[in-house]
Design a protein around this ligand. Structure first.
Ligand SMILES: Cc1cc2nc3c(=O)[nH]c(=O)nc-3n(C[C@H](O)[C@H](O)[C@H](O)COP(=O)(O)OP(=O)(O)OC[C@H]3O[C@@H](n4cnc5c(N)ncnc54)[C@H](O)[C@@H]3O)c2cc1C
Length: 293
């Protein structure tokens, strides 16, 4: 009897990008450089560095982006939010990114420090990501990416209003959307198809999160409205003390989800690394990417 396992072979080689957060200590900075170098070997189109709520990581984000770019040779995108800062202050951060060699911004509104209170714009600040995108065009000729929400942003008036907002951000000058993470391919594909039907032609790159820490993933998912299916939770919810096993399972599941998306024409994936190299490397390899070193 012959058994056909060709379904396990990778499909087309995808494009990937990796997201990191700025480390707090010299030791974790060194660790991130090593992580960045190991992941750079898989040929990412770019790597991005997040920006803490209310600018709390301002200097670290800029420094991390600059160093990652220098150490890996991979183009780096700096995230930037509008929370708690005037337009002038936000523009100054963008200028500092530019001076640090960063040519790509992930432009975000951000969240209020107290999420229950909701977002309130600084009196002289940008009121939304769309306004920030418009403002950035006057600072420097950045490539600009924005956020998209397959399961609808929690504050949006509805799915259509959220799509209209995505269109405003793209019309303002962004060239790509990166999605919030999700755990069912249907969630992303429905959203992508609705965006295409609404005339949005820019690339929407799915954000992929291999869960390494179950309670953290539950918390993130709760905050952004991402649904974690019960069957997935059952597979990993008692692995709190065994994060390595959890990561192995969820990385394999993430690879299956990416392949399902590839079968529907998705060519790029943005991987939320949480500053860990191993899940990203395993995911790249399962998708057919090779270590170039
Ligand atoms: C890929 C990605 C990266 C991220 N990186 C970071 C990061 O580094 N740091 C960080 O703090 N957060 C980050 N976030 C989280 C993000 O800041 C939050 O999700 C935030 O709540 C919304 O930001 P936004 O840029 O999507 O906002 P916006 O696009 O401005 O939208 C915010 C909400 O307002 C609504 N809205 C906007 N304009 C209008 C309008 N004119 N009329 C009606 N409704 C409107 C939208 O539909 C939406 O519900 C990231 C999210 C993603 C997906």
């Amino acid at each position: 009897m012959s058994v056909d396992l060709s379904m396990l072979a990778p499909l087309r080689k995808p494009r990937v990008s990796f997201e990191f957060f700025p480390p707090k200590t010299p030791a974790s900075e060194a660790a991130l450089e090593s992580t960045g170098r190991r992941l750079a070997a898989y040929g990412p189109g770019f790597m991005s560095v997040t920006y803490g709520a209310g600018g709390s990581t301002r200097d670290r984000s800029i420094r991390t982006a600059e160093r990652l770019g220098q150490k890996t040779g991979v183009p780096v995108a700096g995230h930037l939010t509008c929370v708690g800062a005037s337009r002038q202050e936000v523009d100054d951060v963008a200028r500092a990114y530019w001076e640090a060699g960063v040519r790509h911004i992930v432009a975000l509104r951000g969240d209020a420090p107290d999420m229950k209170a909701g977002f309130v714009a600084h009196p002289d600040g940008y009121r939304s990501a769309a306004e920030l995108v418009r403002g950035l065009r006057d600072v420097a000729p950045f490539e600009i990416s924005v956020a998209a929400y397959p399961e609808v942003h929690p504050e949006a008036q509805g799915a259509q209003a959220d799509l209209d907002n995505l269109r405003r951000k793209l019309d303002a000058g962004a060239t790509r959307a990166i999605s919030q993470f999700f755990f069912t391919p249907e969630a992303f594909l429905r959203f992508r198809d609705a965006a295409i039907a609404a005339g949005i032609t820019a690339e929407i790159v799915p954000g992929i999160l291999p869960i390494g820490n179950v309670s953290q993933a539950r918390k993130f998912a709760g905050m952004c409205g991402a649904h974690i299916p019960d069957w997935l939770l059952r597979q990993v919810s008692d692995l709190e003390e065994q994060p390595e096993i959890c990561a192995q399972i969820t990385t394999a599941l993430a690879a299956m989800m990416c392949r399902a998306l590839q079968q529907h024409g998705v060519e790029s994936f943005h991987i939320y690394t949480l500053n860990r190299a191993e899940p990203g490397i395993a995911l790249c390899r399962l998708l057919g990417l090779e270590d170039a070193n």
